[in-house]
Design a binder for this molecule. Sequence first.
Ligand SMILES: *[C@@H]1O[C@H](CO)[C@@H](O)[C@H](O)[C@H]1NC(C)=O
Ligand SMILES: *[C@@H]1O[C@H](CO)[C@@H](O)[C@H](O)[C@H]1NC(C)=O
Ligand SMILES: *[C@@H]1O[C@H](CO)[C@@H](O)[C@H](O)[C@H]1NC(C)=O
Ligand SMILES: *[C@@H]1O[C@H](CO)[C@@H](O)[C@H](O)[C@H]1NC(C)=O
Ligand SMILES: *[C@@H]1O[C@H](CO)[C@@H](O)[C@H](O)[C@H]1NC(C)=O
Length: 417
Amino acid sequence: MGTSRMFRIFVVLGSAFMILLIIIYWDDVGASHLYLHTPVSPGPKIPHPPPHHHHQPQTSRTPSFLLDIDAFVNQFLEPGTGEPTDPAPADTSNQSEKAEERYVPRREWKIHLTPVAAELRERQEQRRRLLQEMCANDSVAFPGKNRSFDDIPNRELDHLIVDDRHGVIYCYVPKVACSNWKRIMIVLSESLLRDGVPQRDPLAIPRDLVHNSSMHFTFNKFWKRYGKFARHLMKVKLKKYTKFIFVRDPFVRLISAYRNKFELRNEDFYRRFAQVMLRRYANQPTPPASVDEAFGGGIHPSFSNFIQYLLDPQTEKEMPFNEHWRQVYRLCHPCQIQYDFVGHLETAEDDAEHLLRQLRVDNVVEFPTSHRNLTASTWESDWFSTLSAEARRELYKLYEPDFRLFGYDRPDSILNE
Ligand SMILES: *[C@@H]1O[C@H](CO)[C@@H](O)[C@H](O)[C@H]1NC(C)=O
Ligand SMILES: *[C@@H]1O[C@H](CO)[C@@H](O)[C@H](O)[C@H]1NC(C)=O
Ligand SMILES: *[C@@H]1O[C@H](CO)[C@@H](O)[C@H](O)[C@H]1NC(C)=O
Ligand SMILES: *[C@@H]1O[C@H](CO)[C@@H](O)[C@H](O)[C@H]1NC(C)=O
Ligand SMILES: *[C@@H]1O[C@H](CO)[C@@H](O)[C@H](O)[C@H]1NC(C)=O
C-alpha cells in the first residue's frame, strides 16, 4: 500500500522533472544551440535532440571548443576593429591589470577635421553593391561561383594576406599595384626587421623581399600554424577584419602582364611560358635555350601568341593560369569573401588615400606614388588590333566575370569589329 503510494508520487515527481528538463532544454536550443556541446563543456548536459530541430544548421553545429576559440580571438580583436566613425571604446580603467596581460593592437590614427568625401564613400558603396548583385545574378556564371567558403581548397587561398596587428586582409592581384600594397602590408604587420627595428618605409624594402612569401602571412599558411582550427579562424578573421582588393580593367591587365613578363628579359617566364608559346604558335620547334639568346636574336612571343596561349584549352589542362593572368574571381573569391573596400587602379590615388584612412593607418604609411610607365587604357585598341575578331570575343568570354563583377564596361569598340 505504502509502496504503491510512494511509487505514484515518484512517477508524478519524475514526470514534472522531465517536463522541467524539456522546458530548459528548449530554451537552450533556442538561445544558444548548446545542445551539441560535448561533455567537456560547462552547462547542462543534455542528450542530443532529434535532428529535425536544427534551426541554423551552420552555426548550430559549431562545437563548443570552437566557441571558446571565438571568445579567445575576440579578446584580441575587440579594440580597433570598429568603423572609422565609431567613437573610441570607453576607457576601462579598472581593467588595467588585465590589459597589461593582453595583446592590444596599437591605435595610432590621425585626427581628420573633414569627413571622407561623399563621392568616395558613394563609389565604394556602389562597387560593393555591384559585387553583391553580380554574385546573386545567375546570368553571371563562372566556375566555383556557387561553392561555399569551406569548399575553396587551401591552395586557392594563397593570395589573402593577413595583418593581425591592424585587422586587415588584402587579396593581392598581380599587375594591379600589388608590389606597393604588399610593401604596405609588410610595414603594417612589421614582418621585416632591420637592425631589430621594423622597417617603416615601404619603398626601402628590397624588391625580391616584397614578393618573398615568407614576408606575408597568407590564409593558406593557417593550416600549418593552427591545424584543425584553421578554417574557423579564417572565418572569424574574415568577419572581423577589413578586407580589401584592388582591380583594373581586365584587358589592360593582360597587356601589362605581357609587357612586363615577355617584353622584358625574364629568364623564369621565358623558360616556363615563352618557349611554349614560341613552339606552339610561332613555328619555332626549337626556340633559343635562354632569354638572352632569344632577345639577342630578336625573338620573343608576340602579344597575339600570348593570347593564343590563353585561349588554348591545352594550357589549363597542364596547369592553372599563372597568377599574372589568372582571373581575379579565381584569385580572390569575391562571391565568398565580402570585400569592404574595392579599389580600382584607374582611381588608385584617391582610393589608396581613402583606404588608408579607413584602415586608420594613414599616419603609419603612405601609398607610394608610381613614376613608372604604366600601361594606359588608351593603348588597348592598338594592342588588340593584332588579334582576330573571334579571338577578341573568346578572350572577352574568358574574362567576362571580372569585367562584370568589378564594373568594367564591355569593350564594345574592340569586340564589335
Ligand atoms: C575601480 O575599482 C575600485 C575597487 O577596486 C573601485 O573603488 C572604483 O570605484 C572602480 N572604478 C571605476 C571607474 O569603476
Ligand atoms: C542579371 O544580369 C542581367 C544582365 O546579364 C540583367 O539583365 C538582369 O537584370 C540581372 N538580374 C538581376 C536580378 O539583377
Ligand atoms: C549556381 O546555382 C544556380 C542556381 O542556384 C544555377 O542556375 C547556376 O547554374 C549555378 N552555377 C554554377 C556555375 O554552377
Ligand atoms: C625568402 O626569404 C627567406 C628569408 O627571409 C630566404 O631564406 C628565402 O631564400 C627567400 N626566398 C626566395 C625565393 O627568395
Ligand atoms: C611607355 O611605353 C610605351 C611602349 O611600351 C612607349 O611607346 C612610350 O614612349 C613610353 N612612355 C614613356 C614616357 O616612357
